[in-house]
Design a protein around this ligand. Structure first.
Ligand code: NAP
Length: 223
C-alpha cells in the first residue's frame, strides 16, 4: 500500500487485553481547540488508549479548492498536541501521494496493528453525513467505529436517519462538543482580516500562523 508505518506508536503488546486506538481525521487548516477538546472527550468517553491526529494529505472532498500546505498543517498539529501524552501527530496520510481516502488509512492501520487493537475514527459529524459518498464506505464501516463530533444544535436525528437509510451497518457514536463553535474556516477568516484568534487555538499554533503568514492576513493579528 506504500503507507509508512514506521512512525506509528506501538499498541497491542498484551495479547490478553483489548486496546482502543482513536484516529482523529481532519484537514486541520488550522487545528484548533475544538479539535483538541473533541479528541480528549472521545478519548475519555470511549476509553481510548491513544489518539492519532492524522491531517489529510490531499482531502478527498477538497480537490477543487486550495488547502494549506500539508507540512504546515502537520507542523501545527505537532505543536497543538505536544502537551498531551495520549495524542500522537501522524504523517501517515500526508506522506502518501494522491487523494487521501480514509479506507486506505484504516486498512493500513488494521494490517499494522494486531487484532486486539480496535479502531475508532473520529471526525466532524458533517463529514460523517457525507460518508455514503466516501470511497468504499462499506469497508470503512467494517474497519472502524465512527465517532461523529457535533456542534451544539446539530440535528442528530436527521443524521441518524440519513445514515440508517443507506442500508450499510455503520456504527456511529455522536458526541456533542460545545467547543466546536470554533471552526477552522472562522479562524482563517479572522486571520485574513487581521483579527485575533487568541484562545481559539493554542499560542503555539497562533504563533506559527503569524510567523509563516498563513491565511494571507491583510493586517496584523492582535495579541
Ligand atoms: P470537512 O468537510 O472540512 O469538515 C466537516 C466539518 O467537520 C467541519 O465543520 C469541520 O470543522 C469538522 N471537522 C473536521 N474534522 C474534524 C475533527 N477531527 N474533529 C471535529 N470536527 C471536525 O472535513 P474534512 O476535513 O475534509 O474530512 C474529515 C475527515 O474525513 C478527514 O479525515 C478526511 O480524510 C475524511 N474524509 C474521507 C473521505 C474519503 O475517504 N473519500 C471523504 C471525505 C472526508 P473544521 O473545519 O473546524 O475542522
Amino acid at each position: 500500500m506504500g503507507l509508512s508505518t514506521r512512525l506509528l506508536p506501538p499498541l497491542g503488546a498484551d495479547a490478553h487485553k483489548t486496546y482502543r486506538l482513536g484516529i482523529m481525521g481532519g484537514t486541520f487548516d488550522p487545528i484548533h481547540y475544538g479539535h483538541l477538546v473533541t479528541a480528549e472527550q472521545a478519548r475519555e468517553a470511549l476509553d481510548l488508549d491513544l489518539v492519532l491526529f492524522m491531517p489529510a494529505g490531499s482531502p478527498a472532498f477538497k480537490q477543487d479548492r486550495s488547502v494549506s500546505d500539508a507540512e504546515d498543517r502537520y507542523a501545527m498539529t505537532v505543536l497543538a498536541t505536544a502537551a498531551n501524552a495520549a495524542f500522537y501527530p501522524s504523517r501517515f496520510e500526508i506522506d502518501r501521494p494522491g487523494v487521501t481516502y480514509t479506507v486506505d488509512t484504516l486498512s493500513a492501520l488494521r494490517e499494522h496493528y494486531p487484532d486486539n487493537v480496535e479502531l475508532y475514527f473520529i471526525t466532524g459529524a458533517d463529514a460523517i453525513m457525507d460518508i455514503l459518498a466516501w470511497h468504499d464506505a462499506q469497508r470503512v464501516a467494517s474497519l472502524a467505529t465512527l465517532i461523529a463530533a457535533t456542534r451544539p444544535g446539530y440535528d442528530i436525528d436527521t443524521a441518524r436517519a440519513h445514515i440508517a437509510a443507506s442500508g450499510i451497518d455503520f456504527d456511529v457514536r455522536y458526541i456533542e462538543i460545545p467547543a466546536l463553535a470554533i471552526s477552522s474556516s472562522n479562524i482563517r477568516e479572522l486571520v485574513s482580516v487581521g483579527k485575533s484568534v487568541r484562545y481559539l487555538t493554542s499560542e503555539s499554533v497562533m504563533g506559527y500562523i503569524l510567523k509563516n503568514h498563513l491565511y494571507e492576513p491583510k493586517g496584523e493579528c492582535r495579541r
